[in-house]
Design a binder for this molecule. Structure first.
Ligand code: NAD
Length: 244
């Protein structure tokens, strides 16, 4: 049994990761801005754009479980706008949640992860940690940044027995992406299937969305004995996106 903390656990990928870890017998603190008591894991409310939110979440997990073996920094948001119109508050919010939160989580959890038999830090980054898309300046910059953070954690963690990896998915079928499909279908006056192929899935070589459970399976692998050889690595699961 691992003692885990997953952020953004009330929806999408984070919820699937929490369910997958619980199914393996792990204890999971399910951290979210709007925790869902009906979702898997032990709900814990925190605003991870704040220093206190990150600190409190780690302290709660370590206290409740008597230590911490795994941190999955997953919570995320998106904002799409051309750079000259990109709202500065949205830039700050993206950087706070996608980059500063993983740093604060790692900082607060470092002692506990070092004491664990097999401390693991996994960031749910994105294919956008490796390549860019237009109109996503904040998201792409933050995701590239979190990969740099993970590489640094891997080097610093080596002597403490802590492994750090960044999972880099392509587009995943989550409430966020599904809402975008509906909006785009309306905007383009085309059926959702066409939006999927002609708009969203253009960068995927293999033309379908990933499922949250597929990402959760990769996280379970990286967090388990099979993942012992991975540290400092970006692990793409992007249906050929970054093969170009
Ligand atoms: P989602 O919107 O389904 O879930 C995100 C969760 O984060 C929500 O439960 C939300 O309440 C929570 N959250 C938002 N702001 C928060 C805050 N300030 N404090 C605490 N929790 C907060 O999103 P998702 O699609 O499951 O994305 C999860 C992660 O995966 C993100 O980091 C995202 O960038 C990454 N990702 C998603 C995709 C995709 O296509 N869906 C692809 C690659 C990477």
């Amino acid at each position: 049994m691992r003692r885990a903390l997953v952020t953004g656990a009330a929806s999408g990928i984070g919820q699937a990761i929490t369910a997958r870890l619980e199914a393996a017998g792990d204890a999971v603190l399910a951290v979210d801005l709007e925790p869902d008591p009906a979702a898997p894991g032990e709900p814990f409310e925190a605003d991870l754009t704040t220093r206190a939110g990150n600190r409190d979440a780690v302290a709660a997990a370590a206290k409740r479980f008597g230590g911490l073996d795994l941190v999955v920094a997953n919570a995320g948001i998106q904002h799409v706008a051309p750079v000259e119109e990109f709202p500065e508050d949205e830039w700050d919010r993206l950087l706070a949640l996608l980059l500063t939160s993983p740093f604060l989580l790692a900082k607060a959890a470092w002692g506990s992860l070092g004491e664990s038999e097999s401390g693991r830090f996994i960031a749910i980054a994105s294919a956008h940690a490796l390549v860019a898309s237009p109109y996503k300046a904040g998201y792409v910059a933050a995701k590239h940044g979190v990969l740099g953070l993970v590489k640094t954690l891997a080097l610093e963690g080596a002597e403490r027995g802590i492994l750090a990896t960044a999972v880099c998915p392509g587009f995943v079928r989550t409430p966020l992406v599904e809402a975008q499909l509906a909006d785009q279908a309306e905007a383009h006056a085309m059926p959702e299937e066409r939006v999927l192929e002609e708009v969203v899935l253009v960068p995927h070589a293999v033309k379908h969305l990933l499922e949250p459970e597929e990402v959760a399976e990769l996280v379970a692998f990286l967090a388990g004995p099979g993942g012992a050889g991975f540290s400092g690595a970006a692990v793409p699961m992007d249906l050929g996106w970054t093969a170009r």
